[in-house]
Design a protein around this ligand. Structure first.
Ligand SMILES: Nc1nc2c(ncn2[C@@H]2O[C@H](COP(=O)(O)OP(=O)(O)OP(=O)(O)O)[C@@H](O)[C@H]2O)c(=O)[nH]1
Ligand SMILES: [Mg+2]
Length: 236
């Protein structure tokens, strides 16, 4: 990638960042590129669990603290998630006029090389752009999502209240890389059952299980606090 463009990204130029991510999307290699100092919070989980809605509330809470935040939503272009990108854009657009917020969806359909490579390059690029926080959303449905989450610390797994049966099935998947478990849609019946079902696997990983309701904001302060505790641990 052109050095001048990368320099512009480093100087905090948001348009340059958007352009650079588009180039990555189209298959232009980033080349040797180190990570910036910002912690990457990974948010993953099954389609429709409420990841984007939760992130939208997290953005508000982070802004209330006076911090800036960038979000990358990776679209694996699978039939399962068709339309997710549009939904994310519309929802997170509420922050469009805020200079302290950068939200970008990235489609990786047709890119040369793997989904994980493209996302990793975009994440590295975003990590030098001067944001206080960086959040990456992926749909936790396959191995490539697990690879993307290699870059994230901590990894937050968000599931819905009907997820209980999946826990066993997902033994080798996202469950194994999660540092924090969130049962969202706490307003729906079943959330406490899923919390109970998750507790064993969470405890085995030394992880907490939280219940949130993204649509009302319930539990999101606790979620942000838990993320901060994990971030603090990651630094030591
Ligand atoms: N009742 C209820 N609905 C919720 C809650 N959180 C999200 N939703 C709804 O669930 C639907 C999916 O929410 P999203 O935030 O798009 O979920 P997602 O996990 O980002 O979905 P994908 O990106 O498509 O995988 C939307 O209609 C939300 O309004 C919640 O806490 N309670
Ligand atoms: Mg989403």
């Amino acid at each position: 990638m052109e050095a001048a463009l990368v320099e512009a990204v480093r100087s905090g130029d948001r348009q340059a960042l958007a352009r650079a991510i588009t180039l990555i999307e189209r298959g232009e290699p980033l080349g040797e590129f180190g990570r910036g100092p910002v912690a990457v919070v990974g948010v993953t989980g099954p389609p429709g669990a409420g990841k984007s809605t939760l992130i939208t509330v997290l953005i508000e809470k982070i802004r209330e603290k006076g911090e800036t935040v960038a979000v990358l939503a990776v679209d694996p272009s699978s039939p399962l998630t068709g339309g997710a990108i549009l939904g994310d854009r519309i929802r997170m657009q509420t922050h469009i006029d805020d200079d302290g917020v950068f939200v970008r969806s990235m489609a990786t359909r047709g890119r040369l090389g793997g989904l994980a490579d493209a996302s990793s390059e975009a994440i590295r690029l975003m990590s030098v752009a001067g944001f206080d926080r960086l959040i990456v959303e992926t749909v936790g449905v396959g191995q490539s999502e697990v690879e993307i989450m290699d870059l994230a610390d901590p990894v937050v797994l968000v599931v819905g209240p009907s997820w209980g049966d999946q826990i066993q099935a997902d033994k080798a998947g996202v469950v194994e890389i999660a540092d924090l478990f969130v049962v969202n849609k706490g307003d729906r019946s079943g959330a406490s059952d899923v919390k109970r079902a998750l507790t064993e696997v969470a405890e085995a990983r030394g992880a907490e299980v939280l219940v949130t309701t993204a649509t009302t904001g319930d539990g999101v302060d606790e979620l942000l606090a838990a993320i901060e505790r994990l971030g603090a641990l990651a630094d030591t």
